[in-house]
Design a protein around this ligand. Sequence first.
Ligand SMILES: NC(=O)c1ccc[n+]([C@@H]2O[C@H](COP(=O)([O-])OP(=O)(O)OC[C@H]3O[C@@H](n4cnc5c(N)ncnc54)[C@H](OP(=O)(O)O)[C@@H]3O)[C@@H](O)[C@H]2O)c1
Length: 434
Amino acid sequence: MTKLRVGVAGLGTVGSGLVKLLLSQKSVIKERCGGPVLVTAVSAKDRARDRDFDVGKTVWHDDAVSLAKDENVDVVCELIGGAEGIALKVCEAAIGSGKHVVTANKAMLAVHGTRLAKSAEKHGVEIHYEAAVAGGIPIIKAMREGLSGNDVTGVLGILNGTCNYILTNMHDAALAGESRDFETVLDEAQRLGYAEADPSTDIDGIDAAHKLAILTSVAFGTEIDFGSIHIEGIRHISAVDIEYAIELGYRVKLLAIARKGIEGIQQRVHPGMVRERTAIAHVDGVNNGIVVQGNYAGTTIYEGPGAGGNATASAVAADLVDIARGHQTATFSVPTTRLERHSAASIDGISSPYYIRLMLVDKPGVIADIAACLRDQNVSVESMLQRSRNPGDVVPVVLTTHEAEEASIQNALNSMEHLRSVIEKPRMIRIEEI
Ligand SMILES: NC(=O)c1ccc[n+]([C@@H]2O[C@H](COP(=O)([O-])OP(=O)(O)OC[C@H]3O[C@@H](n4cnc5c(N)ncnc54)[C@H](OP(=O)(O)O)[C@@H]3O)[C@@H](O)[C@H]2O)c1
């Protein structure tokens, strides 16, 4: 390669991080690519903003779409964000102009990934997106290349740093004997910059689902299917659930899970309890962690920073090095003509042990009523915890079940909710055996 000319659209956390990395790592990248990787054009919304680096003679485009068509650009890095709008237009323009695309935009890929991949194939260009899933962890490369001799049977991960920060903080507080509720920790995360002013995309599980949609496609060679993901966030996780999880030997994490079974591919994002002794239980703070199950490699585990300028820029730079080296890979593991349309397995069909917490008015017969709700659905109880009580008090009662079907558990919870002595909506957390 003589040189690779890069256009960077978006100079925020990731875009600035990338420009700085390409400047400071210039010689090492040149060595590895056999020629320089140069930023020849940039674009952002506000030209006057101090970027903490010198763009020198680099061409500035007020319009990011014009950057995407600039004839002095070989690769367009789309680092603006958003599923629709300017980011999508930039990618479409770049592909249409015969340029490779590198993007960190999981929201866009989760919605338009298959269509963009088809268009890229038609125009003979590549789309790379290592930074879109789990920031600095090279999970796309690991799955698309390192595990390409395997049939992947499952992928399970902690894919959202904000949720993991909140849950880790609640866990640590409970261990220290201080109860910290979700809202308090969320406020603190916002003050520290770990959560957005509007945190809903993160804490309601949407961001993790965007990343899962991409991982599923890479893992199973299927078209992206964001719409069929079952999504639950962490708003309802209380300090008392975290305390019981510790007592039972578990940690609560927001899990993103994709599994292939006879009924199709199951994709779900929800809080889950994982055993304290597992590696995933110890992925803490803003870190991400992913477990991949392959039929030959077995279980492999990846952990690292899921966000931040440096970690994400590292992933974008690796994509640029791949392109500079002329490395060609199908966007989602297989050419788009061979991407399967999978049938989506409903969450009702999953089977796992469950944690259930009820707030009960303690009076004779109430436990028998609860047991009857489970018995009627063929669910058997593994353990029950009840804190100290006086008759007539409201007490938390916690049950764990043996493996049961989701639909049966939902029916049982529904019946329990209608019992007179159950004074709050019963809480359920799935227990994931990894
Ligand atoms: N931040 C992370 O840690 C992280 C991690 C993984 C993936 N990502 C993904 O990376 C992408 C970028 O995220 P970020 O955190 O870097 O966002 P950010 O800090 O908000 O930066 C966005 C950049 O886009 C520019 N921009 C906005 N509208 C534009 C327009 N119409 N034309 C040209 N430029 C425009 C902004 O310009 P101004 O600077 O002038 O406002 C800014 O430089 C997103 O897809 C995000 O999901 C981020």
